[in-house]
Design a protein around this ligand. Structure first.
Ligand code: ASP
Length: 329
């Protein structure tokens, strides 16, 4: 191409970009004019999906458009993260993910996205405790008995998780690393289907969030061996913490954040942030989360800076823990 031609081509590109910029300025003002997709990195019916569906309705009401949940399962959430990192930054794709956004870095050699640069940050959502669970007819009735049962049966014991990068995998493998055993780990597309199999007795153990599990613990349909919190949970006060049963400092609280693809315009991010704040302030959402002993983050954390800072500090916390525990095994 000669100089003139390349200049003209450049000019055409610049003009096209100019049109895009002005269209996009108008689009930013009008946004949203159609439904918004909220991507969830795990299967429907699981804890991340439940929180997403809980906030989707009031967020949609605040924005005047439906917020539609889309489950993009697989590879412990990294398939969804990749999809969102590559999506158009027009506000019509947003993303909820938990602390897997911080742990995947240490679990995968090379991710097709960078948690610190491939996204816009909208705000933190909620912190969810976890519980070490067993199927109803597992012979062990408490943590001590579980330790003995595992030592006697080793890899015959099966443990479900939501894939490499999921918090259920992290919790399960930290537990095995502390016990010095290797169980048979079975990956699912989310802890929703994993919990179904635990209830059906097809798998022995699962480390899952409290979001769906409390009613099953209370009515004895699954066994609870310990919580991953430093204090016992008010909804299940008879379940001791793992910490008090000898696993000192065993703490996993599953924090969540809302993101958008990098380059999503600030005025749109501001509108999403306002809708998120409104949703988390809704009495229905608060009640549902409180019932599951989930902590809604204070308003001061529902912003981009708090989420990005938290993500960075969590990458630094979990990287060494994961490497030391030799996860994945
Ligand atoms: N919370 C699950 C995990 O990371 C996944 C899910 O929400 O289904 O283990």
């Amino acid at each position: 191409m000669n100089l003139k031609k390349s200049f003209l081509a450049g000019l055409a590109l610049a003009m096209a970009a100019g049109t895009l910029i002005s269209t996009s300025a108008q689009a930013q003002k009008d946004w949203p004019t159609k439904s918004i997709q909220l991507v969830v990195p795990f299967a429907a019916g699981g804890p991340t999906d439940s929180i997403a569906r809980l906030i989707a309705v009031p967020m949609g009401q605040a924005l005047g458009q439906t917020v539609v949940v889309e489950n993009v399962n697989g590879a412990g959430g990294t398939i969804a993260s990749t999809k969102v990192a590559r999506a158009a930054p027009d506000g019509y794709t947003i993303y909820i993910h938990h602390m897997g956004m911080a742990t995947a870095n240490a679990l995968y050699d090379k991710l097709p996205y960078d948690p610190m640069t491939s996204f816009e940050y909208i705000g933190q959502v909620a912190d969810v405790p976890m519980v070490l669970l067993g199927k109803k007819d597992l012979p062990a009735n408490n943590f001590k008995e579980l330790e003995a049962y595992i030592k006697a049966n080793g890899a015959k014991v099966t443990m479900a998780n939501a894939g490499p990068g999921a918090v259920s995998q992290l919790c399960g493998l930290l537990f095995q690393s502390r016990l010095g055993v290797k169980l048979t780990n079975i990956p699912y597309k989310g802890t929703g289907p994993a919990l179904t199999d635990l209830l059906g007795g097809q798998v022995d153990l699962l480390c899952d969030q409290t979001t769906q599990t409390i009613p099953y613990i209370l009515d004895g349909r699954i066994k609870a061996y310990g919580t991953t919190t430093m204090k016992r949970l008010p909804a299940i006060p008879n379940v001791p913490t793992l910490n008090e049963q000898g696993m000192k400092g065993f703490e996993v609280k599953v924090w969540h954040g809302v993101y958008a693809p990098k380059g999503t315009p600030q005025p749109i991010l501001d509108k999403i942030n306002a809708a998120l704040k409104k949703a988390l302030n809704s009495p229905d959402v608060k009640k549902r989360l409180e019932d599951a002993n989930i902590d809604i983050v204070p308003a001061s954390k529902i912003n981009a800076k708090a989420l990005k800072d938290h993500l960075e500090s969590e990458i630094n916390v979990w990287g060494p823990v994961i490497r030391k525990a030799n996860i994945p095994d």
